[in-house]
Design a protein around this ligand. Structure first.
Ligand SMILES: NC(=O)C1=CN([C@@H]2O[C@H](COP(=O)(O)OP(=O)(O)OC[C@H]3O[C@@H](n4cnc5c(N)ncnc54)[C@H](O)[C@@H]3O)[C@@H](O)[C@H]2O)[C@@H](O)CC1
Ligand SMILES: Nc1ncnc2c1ncn2[C@@H]1O[C@H](COP(=O)(O)OP(=O)(O)O)[C@@H](O)[C@H]1O
Ligand SMILES: [K+]
Length: 507
């Protein structure tokens, strides 16, 4: 029955390192490649310039704002490279320190032979950005050690006021890469961030959205060995995830080879939820699907998804019956289910019968929140798919910022040994080993009723086919977003509805 093999997660994730790890990674590469730090800076800067030139031609005037650390050093090298490509470039350096870093100083010498540097030593020196050029922000990078203040804060403010495209080198000036800023901090609001080698934790935090903008990663060839040997708890799931899972079906396989899923949900007025889950479950490749729903859903489900079998509850409006779980290879429960006391009894009884992981969403999560004792009887590696409000209910508390939210998410997942997919723009999948996997796909068009029901169906379908629960969660979240992206391309984000995600599912 196991068609996908065992936990393939290791082969398809990009590490998200902390600032101190990035610094060590840098040093490791310099020592082991070996390469001089100035040449590594040259490599980083040319990677940025390649990205930049592919998007902006040399008719766009460019103004590069530099600090005096290595981020500023990158900025100086970028200025030089753009000048050599005949771009119209002004270079301004904020004199925030008596002395620049060694590689900043080397790059300053190299640039001074090509052009005049404009030093910003007081607010009066800040150039007016009237006919808006493109701003490259190389003021401060991952070496930020305190919030930007004084002259630096003033420059940041002026750039933000200019309403011009701003491209941040590595990370926006003033933004901490892996810890929260205070609301009053001065931070560049870039249209785009071009980060070196790996994303920063801040890129996945909703509270940092305006300080990140759109973002891309450019490779600067840091040591692969370091990446493999250095433990981290944060990962980014990119398109490489698809490859280990794209296996052709065996010639003599049959519907029994792909599992039998059971979905439980729906209630009077909310049968549509379980219909969406059911369609997505079948599209995920499950061999057979049974849907348990109240009587009122019988005709609706049989008519809208003839491929699914229906197990009607005796109750007209709600789910009450505990199913015989023996025939099923995976169970998903919750979409549109309601929270009637009789449904609660059914859920509680069902949980005591389980021996393998289950998928829980929506009202199943709300019932768990009200009766947290049930969390302890959930099979290890069960998959919960809360949106932030549902997570808050599960935790029984809120969080002061998005960083604390991640800590609470991880603690919860580890305490109960559950997989928790916290849904959002970069859905965060927390695993019982303490790792958190941020998703790369999806778009705001998916912020529409029923999108989450589709995800429940997908993950249940993957689990039914024998996929390891961690793979089913991370891969399912990725494919859900990917289908959403295809759907948005076809019908635009505002017009996207959950059914479009199902129609764009392909493996
Ligand atoms: N492995 C990588 O990712 C590489 C990174 N490089 C660049 O190096 C950058 C990191 O360089 P640094 O560590 O020099 O860091 P920064 O360029 O961010 O600057 C740090 C300097 O600014 C000072 N500083 C910190 N916070 C300040 C504030 N709020 N106001 C004023 N001054 C402040 C510090 O005391 C220090 O002197 C990266 O962001 C990236 O641009 C590349 O040059 C080479 C490879
Ligand atoms: N801005 C966004 N960017 C990317 N994905 C999003 C965005 N908003 C919502 N989604 C995705 O859409 C789904 C919404 O789920 P949920 O909130 O449970 O909706 P519903 O309960 O209506 O089904 C989640 O998978 C979420 O990750
Ligand atoms: K920067």
């Amino acid at each position: 029955m196991l068609t996908f093999g065992h936990n393939m997660l290791k082969s398809f994730r990009m590490n998200v390192f902390s600032v101190s790890q990035i610094r060590d990674w840098d040093a490791f590469t310099i020592a082991h490649e070996p390469i001089h730090s100035i040449d590594l800076m040259e490599r980083a800067s040319s990677a940025f310039v390649r990205w930049f030139c592919a998007r902006f031609d040399d008719r766009c005037p460019v103004i590069v704002f530099c600090g005096m650390g290595n981020n500023g050093g990158d900025g100086l090298a970028i200025s030089r490279m753009l000048l050599q490509k005949c771009y119209n470039v002004r270079t301004c350096v904020v004199k925030h320190s008596p002395k620049g870093s060694a590689d900043f100083s080397r790059n300053l010498e190299r640039l001074e032979s090509l052009t005049a540097i404009e030093w910003i030593e007081t607010a009066a020196d800040i150039p007016t950005l009237l006919s808006p050029p493109i701003v490259i922000d190389a003021l401060l990078g991952s070496g930020l050690s305190r919030p930007a203040e004084g002259l630096m804060a003033e420059v940041i403010q002026r750039i933000n006021d200019a309403q011009t495209p701003v491209i941040s080198v590595d990370i926006a000036a003033g933004l901490f890469a892996d810890m929260p800023n205070a609301p009053s901090d001065s931070i560049i609001k870039p249209t785009h961030t071009v980060a070196f080698q790996c994303p920063k934790l801040a890129f996945f935090q909703p509270q940092c959205a305006e300080f990140v903008g759109e973002w891309d990663i450019v490779s600067i060839g840091l040591s692969e060995k370091y990446e493999l040997q250095t433990p981290t708890s944060y990962f980014y799931t990119d398109a490489a995830i698809i490859e280990p899972f794209t296996k052709a079906r065996k010639k003599y396989s049959h519907k029994g080879s792909f599992g039998h899923a059971l979905l439980i949900g729906g209630s009077y007025g909310k049968i549509g939820s379980i219909v969406l889950s059911a369609k997505a479950c079948l599209r995920s490749g499950a061999g057979l699907l049974t849907v348990q729903a109240p009587q009122c859903g019988y005709d609706i489900i049989q008519t809208s998804i003839p491929e699914a079998m229906v197990l009607p509850d005796w109750h007209w409006r709600i789910n009450t019956a505990v199913p015989n779980i023996e025939p099923y290879s995976a169970i998903g429960i919750g979409p549109g289910m309601g929270q009637d006391p009789q449904t609660l009894l059914m859920l509680r009884e069902l949980l005591t019968l389980l021996t393998s992981p289950i998928v829980l969403d929506a009202d199943a999560l709300n019932l768990l929140s009200k009766h947290p004792d049930m969390l302890t009887i959930l099979p290890k590696n069960s998959i919960l798919t809360p949106h932030p409000k549902e997570l808050q209910r599960l935790l029984g508390q809120s969080w002061k910022d998005d960083y604390e939210k991640l800590t609470l998410l991880r603690d919860f997942s580890q305490k109960y040994q559950l997989i928790v997919c916290l849904k959002g723009a970069h859905t965060a999948v927390a695993l019982p080993d303490g790792s958190i996997h941020f998703n790369s796909t999806g778009n705001p068009g998916m912020a529409t009723g029923g999108s989450g029901d589709v995800l429940t169906g997908i993950i249940t379908g993957l689990l039914a086919q024998g996929m390891h629960p961690t793979d089913a969660a991370v891969f399912g979240v990725f494919q859900h977003g990917k289908a959403g992206d295809r759907a948005a391309q076809k019908c635009t984000q505002p017009a996207l509805i959950a059914s479009d995600i199902i129609n764009e599912m392909r493996w």
